[in-house]
Design a protein around this ligand. Structure first.
Ligand SMILES: NC(=O)c1ccc[n+]([C@@H]2O[C@H](COP(=O)([O-])OP(=O)(O)OC[C@H]3O[C@@H](n4cnc5c(N)ncnc54)[C@H](O)[C@@H]3O)[C@@H](O)[C@H]2O)c1
Length: 447
């Protein structure tokens, strides 16, 4: 099958490479010429484990190529995926659909013969209808089926998620589109991945509902962690105790500094806006958004309180900048708000992240970037673990203590055992676990 993938960012590139690996002939298109030139030289613009090998092997096999020119590959394609960005629209939080509609107009003018147009970008309910309208307006003769096929991959595990998904959701209104999409994903349901065919609107909403539910689950356990701190319970025990219940499940129950990333913050906000527009407010999600926003600043206060209440002139070492491990994505990373709040309180910041320092330089000012965790910790008054990269899980605490000015470890991901840290002479503050000094309790209400 011939596939054109419009947008070669995180989702487009991973999806394109995986679809090529299934045996399809895929051309990844992007209007960013530098990105396409880099891809042609086999340089992958993002950090995603395994992606470089997957791209290289499929390029070698002649199934995957890259271009900035949309017209030719779209004209030749059986299926055109739209995988462009849908960021928050400045000012109101709605999803910005301008890239999606621009792509739809270009497809309308370039498509030849029956073409299935698949929206893989995360788009609000009803966008498929509008994409269809835009195409028909630009080219009334275009023979297209507009399909919704949201993507559920997680950065850091993207290839595995694409190739072994929990489910594939396809929102489609006609038989021709359905038959084509069955063919696209045939290699996957040979692997018994469930494929759910549904209406286009339901499919669009499934993506937002899934992200909103997961964001709510994280926020639930974060609030539970605050309560644990107040009552002397251990949030990790609470997580395990509830997660063993199959109806709840153990995933997304790790207390921490609040969710970030390229999806949850913008998608929860966009869903809230859609619901308000339709006169059906989603109060649980509205509250989730607001709690999560406050939480990031509350984490900075936690560091300040752990440092005795005044951090002016102190040096804070930050370990982990990306919104989660195994990615270089800094979009909406909690580290951004935490570092800003610490700087506002007068701290100087040194930081280390295995993959995120180059993108962080574009977003943060007055941060000293270190060569490794020990370099970051040199002369620091506090060491704060913000992102749980594996390399931070077994730090040499003796060595850290010897280079730090004040041995204080603030572990916002609960990756250390208190006893191990205390034994090495550190003070230790974590999230929702007993034993922290009561003075370090969060005071979210103060915000
Ligand atoms: N990143 C994730 O983990 C993830 C997961 C699931 C769904 N999504 C959704 O997938 C979509 C894409 O996300 P992403 O993270 O890959 O975005 P991204 O910003 O990494 O990539 C988007 C790419 O599209 C290109 N582009 C925009 N308009 C174009 C046009 N008209 N022609 C050609 N190229 C064009 C941009 O240059 C950019 O390279 C979003 O809607 C997002 O919400 C993302």
């Amino acid at each position: 099958m011939r596939i054109a993938m419009i947008g070669s960012g995180y989702v487009g590139l991973v999806s394109g490479a995986c679809l090529a690996d299934f045996g399809h002939e895929v051309i990844c298109i992007d209007k960013d010429a530098a990105k396409i030139e880099a891809l042609k030289r086999n340089q992958i613009p993002i950090f995603e484990p395994g992606l470089d090998d997957l791209v290289a092997s499929n390029v070698r096999a002649g199934r995957l190529s890259f271009t900035t020119d949309l017209a030719e590959p779209v004209g030749a394609a059986d299926v055109v995926f739209i995988a462009v960005g849908t960021p928050s629209r400045r000012g109101d939080g709605h999803a910005d659909l301008s890239y999606v509609y621009a792509a739809a107009r270009e497809i309308a003018l370039a498509a030849k013969g029956f073409t299935v147009v698949v929206t893989k970008s995360t788009v609000p309910v009803g966008t498929g209808d509008e994409v269809e309208r835009v195409i028909r307006e630009a080219n009334p003769d275009a023979d297209v089926a507009v399909v919704s096929n949201p993507e559920f991959l997680r950065e850091g595990a993207a290839i595995d998620d694409f190739k072994r998904p929990d489910r594939i959701v396809v929102g489609v209104e006609g038989e021709r589109g359905k038959a084509t999409m069955s063919e696209v994903y045939r290699p996957l349901y040979l692997n018994q991945a469930p494929i759910l065919f549904t209406s286009r609107r339901s499919s669009e909403l499934i993506k937002y509902a899934a992200n909103a539910f997961l964001a709510m689950k994280i926020t639930f356990i974060n609030e539970m962690a605050d309560l644990c701190e107040s009552v002397g319970a251990d949030v990790q025990a609470v997580s395990r105790g509830i997660g063993l219940d199959n109806r709840i499940g153990s995933k997304f129950l790790h207390a921490g500094p609040g969710y970030g990333g390229s999806c949850f913050p913008k998608d929860t906000l966009a869903l809230v806006k859609t619901a308000q527009d339709h006169g059906t407010p989603l109060r649980l999600i509205e509250t989730t958004v607001s709690i999560n926003d406050q939480r990031k600043r509350a984490m900075a206060r936690k560091v300040i309180q752990a440092s005795g209440g005044d951090i002016r002139g102190r040096k804070v070492a930050i370990l982990g900048l990306t919104f989660k491990p195994n990615t270089d994505d800094m979009r909406e990373a909690p580290s951004l708000s935490i570092i800003q709040a610490l700087q506002d309180a007068g701290a100087t910041i040194s930081a280390y992240d295995p993959e995120g320092m180059a993108p962080a330089r574009q977003l943060l000012t007055d941060v000293t970037y270190a060569a490794d965790a020990y370099d970051a910790a040199a002369d620091a008054d506090a060491l704060v673990i913000v992102t749980e990269w594996n390399t931070f899980r077994a730090l040499d605490l003796k060595r850290l203590k010897s280079v730090m000015k004040t041995p204080l470890l603030v572990d916002l991901r609960n990756i250390y055992r208190r006893d191990d840290v205390l034994r090495e002479g550190f003070r230790y503050v974590s999230v929702g676990r007993p034993g922290d000094d009561g003075a370090f309790q969060l005071d979210v209400a103060a915000e």
